[in-house]
Design a protein around this ligand. Structure first.
Ligand code: 3PY
Ligand code: MG
Length: 251
């Protein structure tokens, strides 16, 4: 079983930090802080395969799970992210069971799925040194789907039931937008939808994750039983920290 799946099966909530700076230096600093996981964002941040790889290498010495968010749930990105060595993928905008099945298929080599084969040339296989890689790769991968639209909410039971979708992560920003509350994830209707989604994910017996909107929100989400919770972003820390420092000096 993958490391992250094992951690999700434990009892302590796993706290993570969003990496949106697309930078290996800052990823290394954040890895040192002791988070359970870092989310390296290929959807909204200015990442390339090279910057993703550099961040993965920078955090490798630390006991932190490097989760990569692919730009979209399609095979080319999934293949490339797995080949460079990410073991855990967060896939945005998963709206149907058939999409979820296609995503899982893209993470497995035939006959289990449809992932294209690179073995001796992939970092994931230790550049060929790991001779068990092709046979074992699917056991090491964790696939997390994002629930972040009205359509996904309607389909949540069938999405959660897909074998190989290991966990589901609620994206409050896109969910709010999809519900007509752009920029207002704290709207009571969005909060109610999140609570409903959590009960459905629980009913499927899968771990639920969420992007918390503040430290207080993160603590409440942990108390509600969310298993993995993003508690901030690298950009937020830098922006707030730099503003606060200047405010201390410039009166
Ligand atoms: C969202 O809130 O839409 C995200 O994708 C991140 O949580
Ligand atoms: Mg989103």
């Amino acid at each position: 079983m993958s490391r992250f799946k094992q951690a999700l099966a434990g009892t302590e909530p796993l706290f993570g930090l969003w990496q949106a700076l697309a930078n290996s230096y800052t990823a290394e600093i954040c890895a040192r802080a002791g988070f359970d996981w870092l989310l390296i964002d290929g959807e909204h941040s200015p990442n390339t395969a090279q910057t993703l790889l550099a961040q993965l290498q920078a955090v490798a010495p630390f006991a932190v799970e490097a989760i990569a968010r692919v730009p979209l749930g399609e095979p080319v990105a999934i293949k490339q992210y797995l080949d460079i060595g990410f073991l855990t993928l967060l896939v945005p905008m998963v709206d149907s069971a058939s999409h979820a099945q296609a995503i899982v298929s893209a993470t497995r080599f035939p006959p289990l799925g449809s992932r294209g084969v690179a073995s001796a040339t992939s970092r994931a296989s230790g550049f060929g040194a790991d001779t068990a890689y092709l046979a074992k790769a699917h056991e090491r991968v964790t696939v997390i789907g994002q629930i972040e639209s009205v359509t996904a909410l309607e389909q949540i039971d069938s999405i959660a039931a897909v074998d190989g979708i290991d966990a589901l992560f609620i994206g409050p920003a896109d969910l709010a937008a999809s519900m007509g509350h752009l920029g207002n994830p704290l709207h009571p209707d969005v909060q109610a939808a999140i609570a409903h989604a959590k009960t459905r994910i629980d009913a499927a017996g899968k771990p639920a994750g969420i992007f918390a909107l503040s430290p207080e929100d993160a603590r409440s989400r942990a108390a509600e039983g969310f298993r993995f919770i993003s508690i901030g972003t690298d950009i937020g820390l830098l922006a707030k920290g730099s503003q606060a420092l200047l405010a201390l000096v410039r009166t």
